[in-house]
Design a protein around this ligand. Structure first.
Ligand code: C5J
Length: 228
């Protein structure tokens, strides 16, 4: 049975011969959000809260690689001239460090800077898709949808940070584009634990209005059974 135990009801995986339709999406596991001195910290957040999911996402990543299933890594950042950063995004908040300013890990949320890179435990391997995105949603101002269509990917498994901002936005965008979306609850985290819990409830409410929710172990068990 190609089913993942999930809420609000089991999530159906594609058949073995179409297993490459299932992709892991790792949203924004970047130093800028997870380590001190980056964008997340500049906004006044406690970044340590996000660090606890790194081992779980790393285990999922290993499983997808072992089973030769596609992996997509997204990275939120802006061009060095900030031409893709709306002034409203840059000016938001009352931080002394803004997008583009020099920080301890280079310019905040700017492509190519050390802080904008992925955490080392989750570094992409050659052949894995890397999507640089200027917005919260992974489909906004990117070619992600076209890349997924070209690979015939229909099922997206979401992990990463932060649950209620970039993960939820990307999952909603994917849902509107017709993808079957599953969120891994112990593979996503927020600076605000109650926002995470509320997002998990929102996604699976009304019969899975945005998609399904499961745990990493349940997903890995089902993937190994289906495709191992
Ligand atoms: C935020 C994100 N929170 N990756 N970005 O600004 O969730």
């Amino acid at each position: 049975m190609n089913r993942v135990i999930a809420s609000p009801y089991p999530y159906q995986l594609p058949p073995r011969e179409a297993c490459a339709r299932v992709a892991l999406v790792i949203i924004d596991m970047q130093r800028d959000f997870i380590e001190p001195g980056g964008f997340g910290a500049a906004l006044g957040n406690q970044v340590e809260l996000l660090q606890k999911i790194v081992p779980t996402v790393a285990e999922l990543l290993r499983t997808f690689r072992e089973l030769r299933l596609p992996v997509i890594h997204t990275r939120e950042g802006h061009r060095p001239d900030l031409s893709d950063c709306p002034p409203a995004k840059r000016s938001r908040g009352d931080s002394s460090l803004r997008i583009g300013d020099p920080g301890p890990m280079g310019r905040i949320l700017v492509l190519g800077e050390p802080g904008n890179d992925f955490v080392k435990e989750l570094y992409p391997e050659p052949g894995e898709l890397v999507i640089d995105k200027p917005g919260k949603g992974a489909f906004y101002a990117t070619n992600l949808h076209e890349r997924l269509q070209a690979l015939s990917i229909s099922h997206l498994i979401f992990t990463g940070v932060t649950t209620e901002v970039c993960v939820q936005t990307s999952m909603r965008e994917a849902n509107d584009r017709g993808y079957e979306c599953l969120l891994v609850e112990d593979g996503t985290e927020s600076y605000f634990p109650d926002f995470k819990q509320t997002t998990l409830r929102m996604i699976q409410s009304q019969g899975g209005i945005v998609g399904w929710v499961t745990t990493a172990n349940r997903l890995m068990d089902a993937l190994r059974q289906a495709y191992g």
